[in-house]
Design a protein around this ligand. Structure first.
Ligand code: GUN
Length: 297
């Protein structure tokens, strides 16, 4: 029997719906949560993501600013923009869309974002808080994956989770979050990567397999245990002359093959993707609540 689809659009809609009460409460105090996205250069995928984030803000009634800058922007100019946003009371969340041009040092930019406005959860302060299991702004995609599992009552406790990919924004944080002594966690986690020996043997151990590699359709059915939950984080553009845009989106997982073997699987698009945006909205609301709790309530 083919796997049940994990519907990221449905879960994201439910999370956004739950946010409405919190947003109304803030608005009754004269506060509108605000998100600023800084977009540098003309990478079409980044432009699409930023547009989607701004649209989500508008739909929820959040304030949003998109700051577009050319790829020639200097490090100093970018840091100045970030500092201005740090001091702007209308803005509770700041994100600098990556990838950044090569001459810009991403870590140094992130370090200049006030941790309580770091709605990406990328600042080393928030990363450290997450690592020690303390409340913090959590990175959106990993947190979104946990919300997907929770919605479908898939409790990772005691399960074997294999995360393929060790990026700072998905692989490493999702592994840490799932290994945490906490609800919707307590998993036995393995991080596999490009140097892993005999990858199919490792991935076949997974009750929950999380593919965050960034290469199209590299997880095949022979790498998946019968009945496993497969979470596909990949968003890869592959050429397709039959589509209007000339490309289509595929995940890191060979969906057609793996859907026959998994118990649950996320599609691409419509799986993890919508969750990243929902959790960004959630972080923006949380950031707004935190920043206003002391001086405006
Ligand atoms: N580029 C790809 N994913 C992300 C993300 O979650 N946040 C930011 N800022 N840039 C990204």
């Amino acid at each position: 029997m083919p796997a049940q689809l994990i519907d990221g659009k449905e879960v994201a809609a439910s999370i956004l719906n739950e946010l409405k009460v919190r947003i109304e409460k803030l608005q009754s105090k004269g506060i509108t949560p605000g998100l600023a996205a800084v977009l540098i250069g003309d990478d079409p995928a980044s432009a699409t993501y930023v547009k989607a984030k701004a649209k989500a803000c508008k739909k929820l009634g959040l304030y949003s600013e998109v700051i577009k800058e050319p790829a020639t922007l200097t490090q100093e100019e970018l840091v100045r923009i970030v500092h201005k946003l740090n001091e702007d009371d209308k803005i509770h969340g700041i994100l600098v869309q990556s990838p950044l041009p090569e001459h810009i040092d991403e870590l140094s930019v992130t370090l200049n974002i006030k941790p309580d406005k770091d709605v990406d959860g990328f600042h080393p302060f928030n990363v450290g808080m997450m690592l020690i299991g303390r409340p913090s702004l959590l990175p959106c995609t990993p947190h979104g994956i946990i919300k997907l599992l929770a919605y479908y009552n898939i409790d990772p406790s005691g399960k074997e989770v294999v995360v393929v990919g060790r990026s700072n924004i998905v692989g490493k944080p999702v592994a840490v979050m799932l290994a945490q002594k906490a609800e919707m966690a307590n998993a036995t986690v393995t991080i596999a990567h490009s140097r892993t020996k005999n990858l199919p043997e490792v991935t076949r151990r997974a009750d929950i397999l999380i593919a965050a590699i960034g290469s199209p359709q590299v997880i095949h059915a022979d790498m998946v245990k019968e009945g496993a939950v497969v979470i596909d984080v990949g968003v890869n553009r592959v050429e397709d002359a039959n589509t209007k845009k000339g490309y289509r989106l595929v995940g890191d997982v060979d969906f057609e093959e793996c859907v026959e073997k998994a118990s649950y699987i996320t599609p691409v698009p419509g799986g993890v993707g919508p969750m990243t945006i929902a959790m960004l909205m959630s972080n923006t609301v949380t950031a707004s609540e935190t920043q206003n709790v002391f001086h405006k309530v």
